[in-house]
Design a protein around this ligand. Structure first.
Ligand code: GUN
Length: 281
């Protein structure tokens, strides 16, 4: 079984991006800039944002964090986003989720200029991805996709089963694998027989938020299994896949932590650089 080393793959991607930033600086005499807006003081969000900034600096991007208190008014955030939309030194804007309840997430997402939407959450980018046009692609599914391609470069005709239908992961993951000519099945909480669906799969992406849902006897020999889950349990952090059982049948499997997570941040940096490049044309 191949244990997919997300930390190593993310470090390789960051090395490539670092070189790209040096070349862009030589060509344009400026570097891509990422601005992250963090509202409130949720600890996981603070940790994510700190990691994003550290990685951005490591590859040579200009990085800025704008922090607001939990009770900030929605219109103040929207005004700031509008200002960032017109700021030429800002290539990418990310508003860290989740947001406080009084702030309308969709309004915030739609305030971001689609050409600076490094999350790929704006409806225009969602539409572009599903139509096969160039766009920012949500960072977590993009990271999963790059890990899958490393194991199996030719995905044409493979049967992929996505567990979970979220806008964040399941739906964009489906689009990415469709583009690679996979036959994709999206499963979710109302799916009748998840085990039977999974047993057909050459590739499983589990992004459903249920600890260790995907079991060892759901896996066809040779299947590539990508675990997006990060679930807090009494036994510590576990994924959506029962790791020990599944590792006996899978061809390749991502661990949690150290699998998809590090790739997500590296893909955010990639998206920032790609937004910068598109803005220079
Ligand atoms: N919070 C957890 N994951 C994400 C993400 O991918 N993007 C944003 N903006 N917030 C998040």
């Amino acid at each position: 079984m191949i244990l997919i080393d997300g930390k190593k793959e993310a470090a390789l991607l960051r090395e490539e991006l670092k070189k790209e930033v040096i070349n862009l600086k030589a060509k344009y005499n400026k570097v891509p800039g990422l601005t992250v807006i963090l509202i409130g003081d949720l600890t996981p969000s603070q940790i994510y944002v700190r990691n994003k900034e550290k990685s951005a600096k490591e590859v040579g991007l200009k990085s800025e964090i704008i922090k607001y208190p939990e009770n900030i008014e929605e219109k103040v955030v929207i005004e700031k986003i509008k200002e960032l939309n017109t700021n030429e030194t800002v290539s990418g804007i990310l508003v860290q989720l989740p947001l406080p309840k009084h702030i309308d997430k969709q309004k915030i997402i739609e305030a971001i200029d689609p050409s600076k939407d490094v999350d790929g959450f704006h409806p225009m980018n969602v539409g572009n991805l599903s139509s096969g046009y160039e766009s920012s692609i949500p960072c977590t599914p993009l990271g999963c996709y790059l890990l899958i391609k490393k194991i199996e470069p030719n995905l044409s005709g493979k049967k992929a089963v996505i567990v979970g239908r979220s806008n964040l992961n399941g739906k964009p993951m489906t689009q990415l694998l469709l583009k690679e000519n996979c036959t994709v099945t999206i499963t979710h909480s109302r799916t009748k027989d998840l085990k039977t669906e999974c047993l057909e799969a050459d590739i499983i992406v589990a992004a459903v938020g249920i600890p260790e849902l995907v079991k060892g006897d759901w896996i066809k020999k040779g299947c590539i299994v990508i675990d997006v889950g990060i679930n807090k349990t009494d036994q510590g952090i576990v994924g959506d896949v029962a790791f020990d059982e599944v590792s006996k049948n899978a061809k390749a499997l991502t661990p949690v932590p150290g699998g998809v997570g590090p790739m997500t941040i590296a893909c955010l940096l990639k998206n920032t650089i790609d937004c910068f490049k598109r803005s220079q044309i």
